[in-house]
Structure formats: structure tokens, C-alpha cells
Design a protein around this ligand. Sequence first.
Ligand code: 13P
Ligand code: SF4
Length: 337
Amino acid sequence: MSTLTLARENLDRKGFLDLDIDPQLDLAAAINRLKKEKNAVILAHYYQDSDIQDIADYIGDSLGLSQQAAVTDADIIVFAGVHFMAETAKMLSPQKKVLLPDLKAGCSLADSCPAPVFREFKKKYPDHVVVSYINCTAELKTLTDICCTSTNAVQVIESIPADQKIIFAPDINLGKYLVQKTGRDMVLWNGACMVHEIFSHEKIVKLRQRHPRAKFIAHPECEPHILEMADFIGSTTGLLKYTIADAADEFIVATESGILHQMQKSSPHKTFIPAPPDNACACNDCPHMKLNTLEKLYLCMEYEQPEITLPEWVIAQGRASIDRMLEISARAGLVSG
Ligand code: 13P
Ligand code: SF4
């Protein structure tokens, strides 16, 4: 049996094609060649490793990545991100081949809301509409009326008539932030992101004392006691834009550490400090995002596997919730990047 056949047989178990790569191979050059040969586009989230961000055709937040996936004329979308993002790209462009370098690149937040359990939960609130953060499975999107991302969540909630009751899933922290921001009393699903729940209030207070001029900025997936301290709260794109526009030259950043690469690139003269987590480790890496590597990216482009496939009914029933989100974003003039 050939090595490739064996690797393909192991794909389901491992999540990626485990093949040896010639150590002499210039991976960046090989990936760029494959992009041209196959008319492929690489879409990367800000939480990817810097070498992946540097080779991507587009780097962005969840809204920007969905907008790109909806309009690209490439034949192959290579998604350097996590599973729910690649699924969203497949729902928006079902005729295209969507590849994910490692199928096991999941998301603790998406996992915290299994569709069968949510289906039963939803039955208790028959007169509510469901708004789901895009960080959820494709199947959960089939139970959702409108999706949102952290960039457009406020506009999505505000687009719903004031007397209409709402369930918000799956992120309880973003949900609480939205309740406060919009004044809407929503039923919240109790899910969370493992990366954004790890920040230490006490260590951040101490760090701010040592850096009194630094601005503290945070993603709305963080817990309320962390958000209360923030000078600015925003999506990854929002945080990046803030660091570019703000006059401060030091920032303490409470989100996944991958975003620091673009912050540092955009403002080389400024200092970016990852907010300290409540554990012995100094990093705020998302273990799912970081499963993708340049090697796996190369192999998935060369062999066009692992590929994201979805049942037709999931695409048919789930896509409307993403389309509604994109329409609301377009009406609000929200173009992310
Ligand atoms: P945004 O990039 O849309 O802010 O989302 C952050 C995130 O956690 C993605 O997994
Ligand atoms: Fe999911 Fe959190 Fe990782 Fe984003 S950072 S992919 S929300 S686990």
C-alpha cells in the first residue's frame, strides 16, 4: 500500500495527512505555486501562527472571512482557521472545494452547544428568535434565525423589533456584554471560549500598575469582570484598528495571542503585551487554532484533503442565518478586514 493511501486511510483518525515532507522544500514557495496552479485562495484568521498569516491571501476576523468566502472566485478555499469557520465558508460557497489543514481544529465554544441539546432547549421558548454567534456548528446554524460575529452583534440584536424575545447562543460572556450594550433582556445559553475565560483579573491589575500608560483592550468573549476593566472592547479587527488609531504606545491585549502579529506589523513602534492568564503559562494560544501548521497547509493544498463536506439539508437550512447576518452587516456598512 502506498504511503499516500495509508495517510488517506488515517485521515479520519489523525485529522490531517501525516506525510513526510522533503526537509529541503521551500514551503512558502511550494504553497504559492499551488495557489496559482489550483486557483486556490488562503483565508486566515488572526489567531493563526504568524507564518500562516504571512502567506495568506486574506487575513481577518470571522465577519471578514465570511464576506471573503461568499465572494471569492477561487476554485478552492483553503481555510486557515477552525472547523466552524471552514463550515461557514462551505455553506456560503457550496460549489467550491473547502479545505482545512487539520480537521481536528475545533472550538471549545462551538462544542459547548451541541445541536441536539439546543433543539430541546429551544422548545421551551417557542416565541423567541435565535441569534447565534458564528462560533457554532453548522448544525446549530440550522436552528438559528440570525448569526452574528463580535463585529456586528450589536447591529444584529438592534435589527430585531424591541418586543421580540431573543435566545442568544452559545457564548454567555458575549451575551452578557450584548444585554448590557443593547438593553435587551435575552435568554442566554451557558457556553464559553476556553481561551477568553482564562485571564486573571488580579494579574492584569498588577500589570497595569507596572504599565500605567498602557491601554487595556479586550475581546467581548472575555468574562464580565475582565471587560469591566477595559479601555476598549472589540472584535479582533476592532482591537487591531483601535491600536492603530489610538495615541497610546503600549497596549495590554486580552484575546488570543495570534492577533499581536498584525498589531506589531501595523504599529512597529508600539508595545503589545498579552494579558496574563490565570495559569502558569505565559501564552494565550488557542490550542485548536494552533493545530494548523505550514506543513499541514502545504499537504492539504497538494493532496486537496482534508476537505469539508456538509449534508445538503444542513446547507439549505443553515445558510439563511448567515445570509441574514451578511445583509444586516452590509446595511450597516460593516466591512471587516
Ligand atoms: P473575531 O475574530 O470575529 O473577533 O472572533 C474571535 C474568535 O474567537 C474566533 O474564534
Ligand atoms: Fe473557539 Fe476560543 Fe479558539 Fe476562537 S479562540 S476558536 S472561540 S476556542
